[in-house]
Design a protein around this ligand. Sequence first.
Ligand SMILES: NC(=O)c1ccc[n+]([C@@H]2O[C@H](COP(=O)([O-])OP(=O)(O)OC[C@H]3O[C@@H](n4cnc5c(N)ncnc54)[C@H](O)[C@@H]3O)[C@@H](O)[C@H]2O)c1
Length: 254
Amino acid sequence: MTLFDLHGDVALVTGAGSGIGQAIAIGLAEAGADIACFGHTSKGGLDETAQRITALGRKALVLTGTVTSEDDLAAAVERTESELGALTIAVNNAGIAGAEPAETLPLETWQKIYDVNVSGVFLSCQAEARTMLKRRKGSIINIASMSGSIVNRGLTQAHYNSSKAAVIHMSKSLAMEWADRGLRVNVVSPGYTLTPMNKRPEVADQVKIFERDTPMGRMAMPEEMVGPTVFLASRASSFVTGIDLIVDGGFVCW
Ligand SMILES: NC(=O)c1ccc[n+]([C@@H]2O[C@H](COP(=O)([O-])OP(=O)(O)OC[C@H]3O[C@@H](n4cnc5c(N)ncnc54)[C@H](O)[C@@H]3O)[C@@H](O)[C@H]2O)c1
């Protein structure tokens, strides 16, 4: 199906060393793209992601830094283009979560979530767009969450939920700024997903509740975020910009 073919594309994926970001980086490579894997440290996850990409016959580049640094992001884009070629796809997935009652939530914790989840996604888009706009070609996909549209029952995470709502509306705003300049910006919003964070024994009871509350009766596997992302990255979505593609097993319908 050539509509979904990504051969000749170069993608940058942030937070590519684990969970959803790792699955998406490998999935984009399966569709044919070469991948720059950006994250905190090359140890563990990022190297594993890169090895799995090269095993598929695609090129992989490991880039370390933080999405809160403009310099790290500018350097990442520059190295991606010099080593892999023109950047055409970006998946801004790096994010952090937390839960704390609003009335005792320290400003520092609030700020940290916003620094990574909101400013980090904005700075990533900015660094990527600076090069994509010059060629009038690119697809940016920001990973938000269904928590940007609904409030998760029983979870005290006003900071996280509102940060993801900001990602969704920021993405729509950027999509409109760049719509007539060849650059598309869309969102994938996962529902509860079985990443390492949700495999810890201490959250086993919480996971049962997540499964019960999801209409499809289970959590998503990280690989189930690949298809929606490949769709938004590829020619198959050439007239799609500014959407929030919610991938939640039906959760937000209830
Ligand atoms: N797991 C879920 O149920 C779920 C649901 C909805 C949305 N999400 C979102 O999906 C994304 C990925 O989540 P995940 O569950 O795979 O979590 P994860 O913790 O496995 O992955 C997040 C990755 O981002 C990286 N990262 C964090 N801060 C960074 C920074 N400042 N700079 C660079 N890299 C950084 C981490 O090192 C990690 O590799 C997040 O944005 C998260 O909010 C997850």
